[in-house]
Design a protein around this ligand. Sequence first.
Ligand code: CU
Length: 207
Amino acid sequence: MRVLRVILSLTLCFWLVSCDKSENNQPMGSMQTGASMQHLSMLLEHAISMMAQGAELKLSGEKHGDAMLAQSADLLRRAMSGPEMAAMHKGGQGESPMMQHTHDLGAAAFDLLDMMMSLQANQAPKNANLLYHALNMAAQGASMKSLAGMGMSKDIDASMQEHGLQMQQTAMLLSKGTAANTAYQQAVLKVIHLLVSDESKAMQHMH
Ligand SMILES: [Cu+2]
């Protein structure tokens, strides 16, 4: 993250200097791309959090659960195949570890969402409530970390980062205590694991 911050500030310096001379015609400069990536991650993480809550409501027979799952699908599509993602791939960022991780997470989330959409209220998977709680915690923790990673507020960022990490550790602890016998349980656990092994880990492979 520190490296990212240095890169971002260098990019900002360069941008401020070059702005005097010419207009910046590139809609997706590298500073903007970094911010877009964090924003897309947050959208993705929010969609996953909604999925967890939607599936839980659906299993308890609430119609609103279906609406939440449908909205999650819209958000997932918006994040994963919107114009920002297309621009980043066009700009040559499709191969970055962070991008690959984001696509792994997106694909796992789509798989799980498919299964959630075909759930019936009377066939709750075992440990469903605990799994949804862990999934929600992992997603919200990741989201707090994504926001902290944008570096907009120094002191709060540190607290957000720390609490986000705590939530994810608890999510892992909870998910370790649940069985992974069915395809459904495995799909939930896969998303939790991908959320917890987030892009900051993927970034470490770069240096
Ligand atoms: Cu991508």
